[in-house]
Design a binder for this molecule. Structure first.
Ligand code: DQA
Length: 144
């Protein structure tokens, strides 16, 4: 049986819906999860959807994905711009990792312009809101 795609979400994404709706929209993370489940079902791939505010937890989940996932769709939140440890974890694992962001980080503050994850990701999809996730799942499914 095909291994699932793991969707990993980083810090503060649990607050979607009320967090800066002018930047991130009004969908909650649960809304995004349910749209992702629908898209994965259409593509015939199982899905695991997770969120944590803790860098170490995300690293442990990337290690878990190395064994149990066919691909990873990863929104590292603010750790995108700070975390050498997440860069190393993505670099260390076998399954392709697609980096996704709801907002167009290149059009925001300077400190969001650099991603530690992008150089080790298979690809990056940014600025398209929910579509970033749905296209990330389609890209991940094509990598299988
Ligand atoms: C984000 C962009 C990051 O810069 C920010 O820290 C987030 C969300 C996005 O999905 O647009 O938490 O990853």
């Amino acid at each position: 049986m095909t291994k699932p795609i793991h969707i990993l979400n980083g810090p503060n994404l649990n607050l979607l819906g009320t967090r800066e709706p002018e930047v991130y929209g009004t969908m909650t993370l649960a809304d995004i999860e349910s749209a992702c489940i629908d898209r994965a079902r259409d593509l015939g791939v199982p899905l695991v959807f997770r969120q944590s505010n803790h860098e170490g937890q995300l690293i442990d989940w990337l290690h878990d994905a190395n064994v149990n996932a066919s691909a990873v769709v990863f929104n590292p939140g603010a750790f995108t711009h700070t975390s050498v440890a997440l860069h190393d974890a993505v670099r260390a694992i076998e399954p392709p990792v697609i980096e996704v962001h709801l907002s167009q980080t290149a059009a925001r503050e300077d400190f969001r312009h650099h991603s530690y994850v992008a150089p080790v990701a298979r690809g990056s999809i940014t600025g398209l809101g929910l579509q970033s996730y749905l296209l990330g799942i389609e890209a991940a499914a094509k990598c299988l």
